[in-house]
Design a binder for this molecule. Structure first.
Ligand SMILES: [Zn+2]
Length: 457
């Protein structure tokens, strides 16, 4: 039995049901599980295999990124000029994605997961875009991060040129992934049901996908209501707005996670609340011209009890993956939009990045907070840095002042994956060079290049 003790942490922000913040606290971990979390003087467990000194440290639950296309963007990060129209951009994305070889996806996933971990993200959910799941899952297992994976399907013609399957075949692809990746490495990697979007799925496929999510006790995720234009054309084609339509089909329920959900009506928010469906907001992707504050009704969803979590989207949609910056952005956007500093307080932003994420994945009994019996997914911040001082209420320092660069240690399932800010399982510099090479090769063989505003000589 392997034990880890975090001894005398300056602050532990637990996110437990009472939202305790423990000053001068210790945490005891055994076999990947939290056995005790208490005021240091009251904690009875002695003699761990590994002891981590908590002086000047803030401990939080691991952050959860509920919408992260993990395997394609890193080799070609930053290639797209901002002027590209959305559909043109997405067409390039899918072209590049489909050109990738399994070993390239392996290294891209390794680097992306490393970036996530280094800023405190211990669990991410890929919406089904890993082309070669075997290679992607191998990278995830090699890193040790927690993840949800699936295989994306559509059964209707679409402007993104996503391969169109017939409905039965699409359902079989989903089920094969569910069977193969149901539960790997003690539940650290699991499968979920990923249909790209209701826009490109028949009613029959949507219903089948929900049935599969129920049968395999997992979650169905869909890209939903990202743009005003998309919602309008959905309504013209199907007679209802997307979320209304999902409710009408009986698909909307507690094990459904809708990504984006940017353009929604009041009635649709009521449907979300009534059904128990969850939402993942991708603020850094939405804010790049999609109307995050013009359309987004996330404060209203939260106030009606919809657990809104956070996602970065891919590294080319968001550019950055730092969950602390995402929490900050999700918080300040709507304060400004509603002309009120009271909207989405820092505590709510931290819930979005932790416990709400766990609810979104149906993993709230296992992760999302520091509580006895939960898996030990933890982040330890070093506060011996200018941006952290002075500290009286660490939630404000964390969400407003800090970012992921002050992450010192990251623990997943009781294993220390990042120590003193450095990944323990890979040579980061060599990995960066490898992925750069891969990117250069992909661009060469797909013959994709762009003209930028400023010439590169
Ligand atoms: Zn997406």
């Amino acid at each position: 039995m392997r034990s880890v003790k975090i001894e005398r942490a300056a602050w532990i922000i637990t996110l437990d049901s009472r939202r305790r913040i423990i000053k001068d606290g210790s945490i005891y971990i055994e076999d990947g599980k939290i056995i005790a979390v208490e005021k240091a003087d009251r904690l009875r467990c002695e003699g761990a295999d590994v002891v981590i000194e908590g002086l000047n440290k803030v401990v939080t639950p691991g952050f959860i990124n509920n919408h992260m296309h993990i395997s394609y963007a890193h080799p070609v990060r930053g290639i797209f000029p901002d002027e590209l129209p959305l559909m043109t951009y997405l067409n390039y994305v899918f072209k590049l994605q489909s050109a990738m070889k399994p070993y390239e996806e392996y290294y891209a996933t390794l680097l992306a997961a490393t970036e996530l971990l280094k800023s405190g993200c211990t669990c991410f959910a890929d919406p089904g875009s890993i082309g070669n799941l075997e290679a992607g899952v191998k990278a995830i297992l090699d890193v040790g991060i927690r993840a949800m994976v699936g295989r994306d399907v559509v059964d209707k013609p679409n402007p993104l040129h996503l391969p169109v399957k017939d409905t039965g075949e699409a359902a079989k692809i989903i089920e094969d992934a569910l069977r193969a990746y149901a539960d790997l490495s003690n539940g650290r990697v699991r499968a979920w049901v990923t249909v790209f979007s209701p826009d490109y799925a028949s009613d029959e496929l949507l219903i089948k996908a929900k049935e599969l999510a129920d049968r395999y006790h997992t979650v169905l995720t869909l890209h939903t209501s990202f743009s005003e234009e998309g919602v309008k054309s959905f309504e013209e084609n199907r007679g209802r707005r997307p979320i209304e339509h999902l409710a009408h089909l009986g698909v909307l329920s507690g094990n459904v996670l809708l990504s984006h959900a940017l353009v929604v009506s009041e009635y649709e928010i009521d449907l979300l609340a009534k059904s128990g469906a969850k939402v993942v907001h991708c603020p850094s992707a939405a804010v790049r011209g999609s109307g995050a504050t013009r359309f987004g009704k996330f404060p209203e969803m939260l106030s009606k009890g919809v657990p809104v979590s956070l996602g970065s989207d891919s590294a080319n949609s968001s550019y950055y993956l730092d969950m602390v910056r995402l929490m900050y952005l999700a918080m300040v956007l709507y304060k400004d939009a509603r002309l009120s500093k009271a909207v989405i307080p820092p505590e709510a932003a931290l819930e979005m990045g932790t416990i709400n994420g766990a609810f979104g994945l149906g993993l709230n009994d296992e992760i999302g907070s520091i509580e006895v019996g939960k898996r030990a997914d933890l982040v330890i911040f070093d506060t011996k840095r200018a941006e952290w001082r002075s500290i009286f209420y660490p939630v404000n320092n964390l969400i407003y002042s800090a970012d992921g660069r002050s992450v010192d240690t990251v623990i997943v399932d009781g294993r220390i994956l990042v120590k003193s800010g450095a990944p323990q399982y890979v040579n980061e510099q060599a990995l960066c060079e490898k992925v750069q090479e891969i990117g250069e090769d992909i661009l060469k063989r797909t013959d994709i290049s762009f003209r930028y505003n400023w010439q590169v000589e």
